[in-house]
Design a protein around this ligand. Sequence first.
Ligand code: UDP
Length: 356
Amino acid sequence: MKIVTVIGARPQFIKAAVVSQELRKKHTEVLVHTGQHFDYNMSGQFFEELDIPEPDYNLGISGGSHAAMTGKMMMGVEEVLLKEKPDWLLLYGDTNSTLAAALAAAKLYIPICHVEAGARTHCMTNPEEINRVCTDHVSALLLASTQSGMKEMEIEGLADRACLVGDPMYDAFIRYSRKKTLEEIEFKTLEGSTVKVPAEYYYLTCHREENTKDDKDLTEIFTAMERLDAPTVYPVHPRNKLRAMRLRKEQGFQNLILTEPVGYLESICLVNHAKKIVTDSGGLQREAFFAGKKCVTILDFVCWPETMVGNRNTLAAPKADDIQEKLAEEQTIEEGYQPFGDGHAGEKIVQKLEEF
Ligand code: UDP
């Protein structure tokens, strides 16, 4: 089979790394990078570290409004699909790249396989939710990472196209977790100096539109981290860089290490050794769960219900007191509970494409 895979953002590179290796054993993959994430530390570094093949096409589309970005990507992907005439379009997750490619393919009657199908926040002001719902409804093969995704698709009348395969993020976590040690990691701080990882630290990632649109929420989040008993390592998404640096200076925060985005191998190593995790990232919530680390999620909706058991992942408002309170709650880990599959989602995804 010939499969066109469209990716564009950091979490998609990680999932594609796992699936592409499997796919290319028997099939032809044409890799399209939309360009949504383009900095070396948000894109190129992932291709190098995870041995992802060079994209066959790079559309170079990033920034602008949601509509402008999505529209330009649709045009770019349509051109590739018309030229390549694939048997399948393979998509991951919930970004504008996912939605654009899905809409372009659906109108050319090219079957779409959506990995991470059925994930729902039930919050239609969350831009990623719009992308997820629309993509699922135009896809032919819906591959869910968890049982809750299967249930959501049943509710939406999509059950006849849905299969449970597990989470390729879990495959990646198992495969790459031991590739880097803490001693090997050196951060480049936003001020340009190089520092080693502190002996004890909290790990923060925060970049969702909901938490970064003004100073208020980020100031509250930083205030919570400032009060903790160990420093916080925060690799700052480019979207936040100027605001984060300015706020730290204005408010005199001392307990925050602001770094450039780190590579995936560094990121999962940091997850594995952190005291606790604070995040608004869907990927980080799951990685905290895989590593058995307590996670506080600064969102007002649940992304991955499976992680919320035993206080292992708790929602907090972007308020310093609430974050601190939730971080102090003890978690309980139930032995043997692994709702994200068996670490072989990559193989199952390829198998489902073949069986269809
Ligand atoms: N990540 C990374 N470097 C960083 C921050 C995060 O490699 O500086 C990884 C993280 O470990 C996870 C993924 O990026 O695997 C999550 O991506 P992101 O938060 O951008 O997207 P989301 O998961 O929210 O869709």
